[in-house]
Design a protein around this ligand. Structure first.
Ligand SMILES: Cc1cc2nc3c(=O)[nH]c(=O)nc-3n(C[C@H](O)[C@H](O)[C@H](O)COP(=O)(O)OP(=O)(O)OC[C@H]3O[C@@H](n4cnc5c(N)ncnc54)[C@H](O)[C@@H]3O)c2cc1C
Length: 352
């Protein structure tokens, strides 16, 4: 009998687990609360230009992610850093030009957008195996088969794997059995990577910054744009800039943020900076499927990959996965794949 494995969450962790476990011969189902896949991978298209409002880069040392990309026939390209960068130190000084040192670790992007990696994994899954708009609210282990209850429906499985970031899992899903108090304590103090970031992207008709020998890279101490990078596509026929906004802007309206960004773009590039075709932003802090809002200040990556996540729960039928549970590169896409491979090996060894 094939073991039924139910995976909660269709971010890179959930989709990779589904893809790998199905390939190994398990029967799988993925439940996603949102009306889209991806979680913290969020590629949006505007004026035929794909922009990343979530994860963008990978690096040479992301060994397991690179291996997965190779298997899925995903192509990578270097983040363009050619030309001068801009640095804005104070409100009163004009932005200064500087050369980014050449010996930095190279960042790579995925041709077609980060979502391409997810789309390739999806090719192998049926519409029954991946169900959107299924927000898990309760896990009941009182019977032999474990029951997963969503806002709309109920499912049973032999094994359940959650990929919800641990702090959110513990605070948003009810359990019929009392969970280990140490697990609750650690999960409540586990940092969720990028949960407070604000990302923005601007699509332009032309890469006008290149004519000025600028790379599109800019840093500012005063904001609203804290850091910005060139974000044109691999084919170099759709042009964009993308970056992170200063966290203070969370308290303003989208209109106010955009007005301030326009002002700063004018300081960086003159009139051309203001003439973008589209402005996109994503305030991750407001995303209830990522962030459990509380007053706790947790240092970045704190408790990521904690020993407590390497155990199984609810009579060995419940596994806590997701990037933050990875012993290596927790919080990053590499962490999601590393932890996914570990769980696939564990389940294969146990059941096949
Ligand atoms: C702005 C930003 C920039 C980033 N940049 C990079 C980068 O350049 N490089 C890099 O390596 N990493 C980056 N990251 C981190 C990277 O995105 C994450 O490591 C990775 O996407 C995590 O994947 P995951 O599947 O473990 O978690 P998630 O992507 O958070 O997926 C969890 C899924 O669970 C779903 N879910 C939540 N609650 C429920 C529920 N109750 N029921 C059902 N489903 C539920 C969510 O909707 C989500 O789809 C970035 C993240 C952000 C936000």
């Amino acid at each position: 009998m094939k073991k039924n494995i139910l995976i909660i969450g269709a971010g890179i962790s959930g989709l990779y687990l589904g893809y790998q476990l199905k390939n190994k011969g398990f029967s799988i189902k993925i439940l996603e609360a949102n009306n889209r896949i991806g979680g913290r991978i969020y590629t949006k298209e505007n004026h035929k230009t794909k922009v990343e409002l979530g994860a963008t880069w990978l690096w040479r040392y992301n060994e397991e992610l690179l291996k997965a990309c190779k298997e899925l026939k995903i192509s990578l390209f270097e983040q363009n850093m050619n030309g001068d960068a801009l640095y804005e130190a104070t409100n009163t000084d004009l932005p200064q030009r500087f050369k980014v040192p050449k010996n930095q670790e190279i960042s790579y992007r995925i041709v077609g957008g980060t979502t391409t990696i997810l789309d390739k994994m999806l090719e192998n899954l049926s519409s029954d195996e991946l169900q959107l708009n299924q927000k898990v609210v309760k896990i009941d282990d009182s019977k032999e088969a474990i029951k997963v209850i969503t806002e709309q429906s109920e499912f049973t499985a032999d094994i359940v794997i959650s990929t919800i970031p641990p702090q959110l899992l513990i605070n948003s899903v009810k359990f019929s059995s009392k969970l280990d108090t140490n697990l609750i304590q650690v999960a409540n103090n586990t940092h969720t990577w990028m949960k407070d970031s604000i990302k923005f992207a601007l699509v332009y008709k032309t890469p006008f910054w290149k004519d000025k020998n600028l790379s599109g890279v800019a840093f500012s101490n005063i904001g609203p744009i804290a850091e910005m990078y060139e974000h044109s596509n691999f084919e170099n026929n759709h042009f964009a800039l993308m970056g992170f906004l200063n966290g203070r802007l969370i308290n303003e309206s989208k209109k106010q943020r955009e007005a301030k960004i326009k002002e700063q773009l004018f300081k960086f590039f003159g009139e051309e900076g203001k003439n973008y075709l589209s402005y996109e932003e994503k305030i991750w802090n407001e995303d209830e499927l990522l962030n459990f809002k509380n007053e706790k200040l947790i240092p970045p990556h704190y408790n990521n990959g904690h020993e407590i996540y390497q155990q199984e729960y609810l009579k060995d039928k419940f596994i806590i996965a997701g990037s933050e549970t990875s012993k290596k590169y927790g919080g990053y896409m590499e962490g999601a794949i590393y932890r996914g491979n570990q769980i696939v090996a564990q389940l294969t060894h146990k059941f096949l």
